[in-house]
Design a protein around this ligand. Sequence first.
Ligand code: ADP
Ligand code: ASP
Ligand code: MG
Length: 403
Amino acid sequence: MSLIVLKFGGTSVASRERLFNAASIVEKAWRAGNDVVAVVSAQGDTTDELLKKAAEISPSPSEREMDMLLATGEQISIALLCMALHSLGCPAVSLTGWQAGVLTDSHHAKARIRFVETRRLREELARRNVAVAAGFQGTDAQGNITTIGRGGSDTTAVALAAALGASRCVIYTDVDGVYTGDPRLVRGAQKLKEITYDEMLELASMGAQVLHNRSVELAKRNGVPVEVRSSFTDEPGTIVREETMERRTVSGVAQDADVAVISLTGTADVPGIAYKIFDRLAKEKINVDMIVQSAAENHCKHICFTVAQDQAAQALELIQNQRDVAYQSLNMDPDVSKISIVGAGMAGSAGVASEMFEALYKQGINIMFISTSEIKVSVVIKSQDAQRAVQAIHDHFFQAENQ
Ligand code: ADP
Ligand code: ASP
Ligand code: MG
């Protein structure tokens, strides 16, 4: 008998049938004698609908009120899942983020979980109740409701699993595991039996939304074994853990369309330009991803970098208003995508990046940026080429295995 955390994503609780399906998974685990914490997301498209409702009222709603509104989605799910559990004869108590003890910082819409006060959760488990906790939400030190970023219920689940010392955390979703590429977009994507935390973290950070990237970070830091599986089949899923039996050169391909490139041409070839630009952006909490600076030519340098699309206009304005940086031209291109390959075995094998570039070359696709890390190679290309690029790269690395 052990303490387990089971998380159900939006699709897995989207209708009456699906709620009962999720409830029966929880009930089964509880009847087997486990202490069960269930974490749930808002049903189906509820969070998007709530965002639309807010937009009907105001083009720039207060972030505090936005979090108050978005948190209601998960609150519906916890109550309904408990009702379904009760009708199956399984005692269950719904808990909002605050009641479940999820304490965050005060950054509305992108709060970070600081601490989980587990007293209430433990009391409910000690009474043999299933604790059904709302994902995605918490409260700050002043008691304001916060949310932790889109897809954040995965992080709530892992945070609760870590705080409670759970033996495992199962993420039930609408695919039956982590694949070598998004199975909805990439033909021939293959399910992985297991993947390392580091690989999963890179894939999630590079756009594979199957897990929220911070959930993987937390799982790694606390050694929580995570399984991603489908709530609709009994197929074993994918285990995310520190080490895997097989060390693959490339484990997966990810794509991220939420990217914009900002380019400055003709900046002076003197010390301090990069510092001044990126310090200004950092002070406004603009998250810069890839940075490329050209070698100086005629005493000029060019600097390009990528940011998330919703921060691009602000980044552009900050640079335009910056008095201490001169340049010839400043441009922003939102029609770009980042494509990445990730694999733990890449570190020790030469030529992986060039294989990726070859796949793109054969499709006649131009690369705008390249960045590499020990276990990842990313390129930025025009969005119109993204789908073709992902498929070609995936075919290149995985088709041979299929045959
Ligand atoms: P949930 O609502 O259950 O949290 P999400 O929509 O957040 O589900 O995540 C599941 C989706 O992630 C899948 O439907 C799939 O399209 C997408 N996805 C992207 N990359 C991958 C991948 N490498 N493996 C599996 N799914 C992926
Ligand atoms: N409901 C939130 C979202 O749609 C959180 C989540 O589903 O994980 O992003
Ligand atoms: Mg998700």
